[in-house]
Ligand binder design. Structure first.
Ligand SMILES: [Zn+2]
Length: 322
């Protein structure tokens, strides 16, 4: 039924052992049954919040849109450089180590780790995205070294000390209580395990260029006669988030129980070029990219990140914590 993770599965509510019963799994202590949804084990606790359930729906219904979007940026030098950067932090673990991804989305980062010889447990709240991740991994021949489970990131259905490493990419800001999730990751990691956080948004943009950009877009829309942009595709949590300043993110990681924390700036100019061209492409309904410019900006971004005052204001954060 599961190849990698079966022994370490626990009830997401009470963390007690699960029992197999006809057609599913059950927690005898909580008297809750868990069944499959679209061929995926659904291990959400009964108390999952409205915001998370709305994310589940959004990222399932709009799966076609996200697949199309990913195809437009998977060759982006900005995207590739900063994803390789946090994946390389995990590659410090010996080959064959067991790595958990929380909020795996389309599973593209997990595929890179499978290719590097790791065993991976992929989790996400949205069946649409998780099903795509499983398809991707099976198609590439990794069906035996990867499991896919529907979970709530704040109630992970695993025993304590289960994983050698864990990672999370652009997901923490989707959660109502990020600290709960980080505490859960500390709990399921083995002592000394590695946690890699990838491309989590900084907060300064929300007080500066995002409101300005919205005003500008409104102005353009009032001048141009025809409608610009299609249906709104931003999830509820993306609308609500304010990102994380360096102090906020470091504070959360420390409070969750990590002791060795390294925050790494992930993009300045290359990120701005990436996001402006993404927004513009969506507005005009055509894929307009500036990959050579992004590529040229990366060495400059690495240098900017070493300047103390500017090191607080990258577009995104990558982080390595133990
Ligand atoms: Zn239970």
């Amino acid at each position: 039924m599961m190849t990698v993770v079966e022994e370490m599965l626990r009830c997401p509510s009470c963390r007690g052992p699960l029992e197999k019963e006809a057609g599913g799994l059950a927690c005898p202590a909580c008297e809750i049954a868990f069944t499959m949804l679209d061929g995926l084990w659904d291990l959400l606790p009964p108390q999952s919040s409205d915001l998370k359930l709305s994310e589940r729906e959004h990222y399932t219904e709009k799966i076609g849109y996200y697949l199309d979007m990913h195809a437009t940026w998977r060759d982006s030098p900005f995207y590739l450089h900063y994803h390789e950067s946090f994946l390389d932090d995990l590659r410090l673990l010996p080959t064959g180590s067991l790595i958990l991804e929380v909020g795996c989305g389309l599973g593209t980062d997990g595929l890179e780790l499978l290719r590097s010889g790791y065993r991976v447990v992929e989790t996400d709240i949205a069946p649409g995205h998780l099903g795509e991740a499983r398809r991707l991994h099976r198609e590439n021949g990794y069906g035996d070294s990867c499991d896919h489970l529907l979970t709530d990131a704040e109630f992970l259905p695993f025993a304590d000390d289960s994983f050698d490493g864990a990672f999370m990419v652009a997901c923490l800001h989707h959660l109502p209580d990020p600290l709960n999730c980080l505490r859960e990751i500390v709990r399921v990691l083995k002592p000394g395990g590695v946690f890699s956080l990838g491309t989590e948004p900084n907060s300064w943009q929300n007080h500066t260029i995002y409101p300005l950009g919205k005003l500008l877009l409104k102005a353009v829309k009032s001048i141009v006669d025809k409608p610009i942009g299609g249906e709104e595709m931003v999830s509820e949590a993306d609308k609500l988030t304010e990102g994380f300043s360096r102090d906020q993110l470091e504070g959360l990681l420390r409070e969750a129980g990590f002791t060795r924390i390294r925050l790494k700036p992930a993009g300045y100019l290359s990120a701005a070029i990436f996001f402006v061209s993404t927004e513009f492409s969506q507005m005009v309904g055509r894929n307009l990219r500036l990959f050579p410019l992004e590529k040229a900006a990366i060495p400059l971004d690495e240098a900017i990140g070493k300047i103390p005052i500017l090191s607080r204001y990258p577009w995104h954060w990558n982080a390595l914590a133990r």
